[in-house]
Design a protein around this ligand. Sequence first.
Ligand SMILES: C[S@@+](CC[C@H](N)C(=O)[O-])C[C@H]1O[C@@H](n2cnc3c(N)ncnc32)[C@H](O)[C@@H]1O
Length: 256
Amino acid sequence: MTNDQTKKFYDELSADYHLIFGNWDNAIKRQSKILDNIIQKYSKNESKTLLDCSCGIGTQAIGLANLGYKVHATDLSPKAIVRARLEANKRGVSISFDVADFKKLEDQVEGTFDIVISCDNSLPHLLTDEELLLAAKNILSKMKSNSLFIASIRDYDQLLEDKPISTQPNVKDFTKERTISFQVWDWDENNVYTVNHFTLKGINEKFDTFLRTTKYRAYKRDEMSKIFKEAGFIEIKWLMPNESEYYQPIIIALKP
Ligand SMILES: C[S@@+](CC[C@H](N)C(=O)[O-])C[C@H]1O[C@@H](n2cnc3c(N)ncnc32)[C@H](O)[C@@H]1O
């Protein structure tokens, strides 16, 4: 059920996903540069092949392929993969793509990689410890010995202190229309919240509203570290934005 809702959410959002960013191409460049720095600093192997197991429309995969990594990029959403492939082709970047659930990577993705990544709050779509543990074990199965895993999530330690109910609107002006994107969050008692993602498109006084919903669990950093440790990861460490310059806390971990 969760998977179906998540897939529907990202399938429907795939055409508009770039609107979440001020400038998507700048985000592609900025994020890949930071991730490359982290890989250079913390990786203990040759760091050539990379699996992005929640690539969405390709934000990190495209930037990292541009920097010379041999990237295989997968995602639960078939429509996000179609768009990611299109965006990579448009930019002349070579990436292999496939649809895969990060809870089933062992069966759905061939081979092992020097680096595996899952960025921008993808793992918190898994709402239970059991599901996250299953994903962590499947991620580990795709990693070579000594390889590095990198994931970013929202700063839930901070957000859980006051459980905000909305995000700031992101406004973009195009020649023929203005788009406004924002989220309204409905919290339940288990630190799980429903994201109501609004996109408004229009001009003058006439706007169309598109509403898509999905669920997230607000994992504290310690909760996530514990689950990755249980899955078999070692040297688990969190890099906070003031250290990494990434916009979200990043968890890094090694396969023994
Ligand atoms: C917030 S988006 C981030 C996408 C991309 N990393 C980016 O930064 O543009 C979260 C992504 O996680 C993917 N996702 C959620 N659950 C997944 C699962 N079980 N397996 C693989 N991907 C999943 C979604 O389809 C979506 O593309």
